[in-house]
Each structure stands twice: as C-alpha cells, then as structure tokens.
Design a protein around this ligand. Structure first.
Ligand SMILES: Nc1nc2c(c(=O)[nH]1)N[C@H]1C(S)=C(S)[C@@H](COP(=O)(O)O)O[C@H]1N2
Ligand SMILES: [Mo]
Length: 238
C-alpha cells in the first residue's frame, strides 16, 4: 500500500489530484494500486531517503502509516473500546486483553502492493471472543475499526470478524507488537491483504452495515481476500 512517511504528510487526494486521477471511480483497484506505487515510491517510507522501499527491513516488513506521527500508548495507558450495537460496551486494558484466551497463528502477511512475509507468528484474542463478550445486538451486520492514529479505519462484516483467523493481536514475530508494527495492539486479518490488519487499534464499533475503510474509499476491495481481490484474478489471466 502507499503510505506517506514522516515529513511527507501528503494527502491521498492530493496525490490522486496530482496524478490526474480525479475520477478514481472508473479506475480499477489494481490500476490505482499500480499508479500509486509508481508515484509514491519516493515518499513511501519513514526513511526520507526512500531506501527502505528498495531494501525492506530485516524481517521483510515495511512499516506503513498514513499519518506522519502516531501517539505512543504504553501498556499502562492503552485502552480498547468496544462500542456501537452491543449490550455490553467495554473499555479494555492491555492486562484485561492478556487475561482472555489467547490464540496463536503462524501465517503469511501479504501487502496488496506485492511484498509478502512468510510464516509470521501472531497471537492474541480472537475478535470473535470480544464480540461475544460484548453481546452483539440483533440487526448488527459489521464492524468499523478505528486506529488511535486518528485517521485509519477498516471494516469487516460480522461473519468475517468472527472467523477464527481474525485476531486482536498482542504479539507478533515472537514478542509484543512494537509501536512501528501498530502496538501495543493491532488487528490481524489472516486471510486478507495487509491493509485490513489495522495498526494502533483503538476502537471496534459494531454497526448495522459495512462502512468502507480508509483505502477502500479510494477503490480497494472491501472484501480483500488474498488472491481474489483488487484485480488479482484478472492479472493472473492477462
Ligand atoms: N493504522 C494503520 N494501519 C495500517 C496501515 C496504516 O497505514 N495505518 N497500513 C496497512 C497496510 S497497507 C499494511 S500492508 C500493513 C503493514 O503493516 P506493517 O507496517 O506492520 O508492516 O498495515 C496496515 N495497517
Ligand atoms: Mo499494504
């Protein structure tokens, strides 16, 4: 995906405008993706030299943020809010999340722009567990997920959110989720492209319909199944 790194808080609409891509609605997701990749390559990373775009960090990940800075949350001051169409809204501390049943998964992590990290170890609380504890009300259909970066959002249908391979991740790569990877708590949506795995998780709101997330408003697929979205199937046959 195409983040704007520190010191380069260029709005996506500005980028699209510069590209003359105002009519994004008629461009396919894959097309947008290629164009954004070409144009934003020099400003993609936290590294103003752009070198980390050419040489990913040792783990193979690239650190993405659409904001130039993100507030730090310590283990003591972190809170996760569960709101919306629930009988029991909650504000959870990191300790409370650690006290819930933990699920471990080892899965690949794949960004829609093409980079992939194989066999990443993740663990945390199934999003399904949090939803069950919150007593989702009749009529609820989806979740809107918000980052405490203040900008990034994501969406899942309730069926997707309840999958056993969707985690509120507390650990990644064998240790606590680091700040740069979206810690202390991020989402991990194993079957979907990386943009669904929202970093710096602040709020899960249960809603009556899907509200497309940050990148989805620009044309990326809301249902971001790896291998089956954003024009990948078309690409495979062309
Ligand atoms: N809050 C927030 N979450 C985010 C993003 C972001 O820019 N901001 N980028 C997404 C994208 S496109 C990818 S590929 C992954 C990258 O995760 P990483 O920075 O840990 O490598 O985070 C996803 N979650
Ligand atoms: Mo991404």
């Amino acid at each position: 995906m195409s983040p704007r790194g520190a010191g380069a808080p260029v709005g996506r609409r500005v980028i699209l405008g510069l590209l003359g891509l105002g009519a994004v609605g008629v461009v396919t997701g894959a097309g947008i993706q290629r164009r954004l990749e070409q144009i934003t390559a020099p400003i993609q990373s936290r590294d103003p030299t752009g070198l980390t775009n050419l040489f990913p960090d040792a783990g193979g990940f690239r650190f993405y943020s659409v904001t130039s800075t993100v507030p730090t949350r310590t283990a003591a001051d972190y809170r996760l809010r569960v709101t919306g169409l629930v009988g029991r809204p909650a504000t959870l501390t990191l300790d409370q999340l650690h006290a819930m049943p933990q699920t471990a998964l080892t899965r690949d992590f794949q960004c829609v722009t093409g980079w992939r990290v194989s066999d990443v170890a993740w663990s945390g609380v199934r999003l399904a567990e949090l939803l069950d504890a919150a007593h989702v009300q009749p009529g609820a259909q989806a979740v809107t997920i918000r980052s405490f970066d203040g900008v990034y959002t994501e969406s899942l249908t309730l069926d997707q959110a309840r999958r056993p391979d969707v985690l509120v991740a507390l650990s990644m790569l064998g240790g606590p989720v680091t700040h740069d990877h979206g810690g202390p708590v991020r989402l991990y949506v194993a079957p979907m492209y990386g943009y669904k795995s929202l970093k710096w998780l602040g709020e899960i709101e249960v809603t009556d319909r899907v509200h497309p997330g940050y990148w989805e408003e620009d044309g990326y697929d809301v249902d971001a199944w790896v291998g089956h979205s954003n024009g990948r199937d078309d690409d495979a046959t062309s």
